[in-house]
Design a protein around this ligand. Sequence first.
Ligand code: ACO
Ligand code: ZN
Length: 226
Amino acid sequence: KQTDNQLIIDAGQKQFGATMCRSCGMLYSTDSPEDNFQHTQFHQRFLDTIKFVGWKKERVVAEFWDGKIILVLPEDPKYATKKAEDVRRIADSELGFQQITLSSPSSAKTYLFINSDRMVVGCLVAENIRQAFRVLEQPEKPKDINKEDFMERHRAWCCSTVPEKAICGISRIWVFSLMRRKSIATRLLDTVRNTFMYGSHLTKEEIAFSDPTPEGKLFATKYCET
Ligand code: ACO
Ligand code: ZN
């Protein structure tokens, strides 16, 4: 109890005087020299990483009024695989993943959502898998704790121990913070289902999310039921 309250107070103070950069989305306090320094360090590097100049050969797998999705494969030219890796690093650091390595790099397909401002605003890494463990229904949330705490606590044991057949594992899905809730993740996943296996359309049961974050779970639950 005591610690929960303390956390809320601290968060409140941190929000105080905080500014969100309209270009890179970083939340920082303009009053703090250290925050300003960190923002300056992050800002340009981030924008350079998500900048997409266009390639001679692009594997465009979907097109929309507000952007397109391109697919990068491990055997593609260095400039393409490097961009995919750099964007994946950004996603990883936001997700708090420590290791950069993938479980099967040779089969990893990276889908990048490029918006009309030529920025990579979404990234999805899909890999071949044979089996997955279904995420189980959540027990009712007790009234006295907030949603994030609850989901964080239950993250470890929410999966079934019975393996089920799956074909495509989503090891990362990330959308630029300023571009969320515009169906970018939904469109990335729809595109994966249509293009992951040549000539066939995967059902929602044939794809599996690996170790979802609370946000990832909210999205996956919504996506899988609709
Ligand atoms: N809270 C509640 N519901 C949500 C949320 C959320 N934060 N995000 C998505 N949904 C649900 C909504 O019902 C939404 O529909 P609506 O906007 O009409 O209400 C629906 O999912 C579809 O959402 P999209 O717009 O397609 O999702 P978005 O492009 O915003 O991307 C994502 C979602 C990828 C989870 C994004 O929030 C993100 O990058 N978060 C940080 C990184 C992360 O946690 N990634 C998942 C890790 S798990 C893994 O990689 C296997
Ligand atoms: Zn910035």
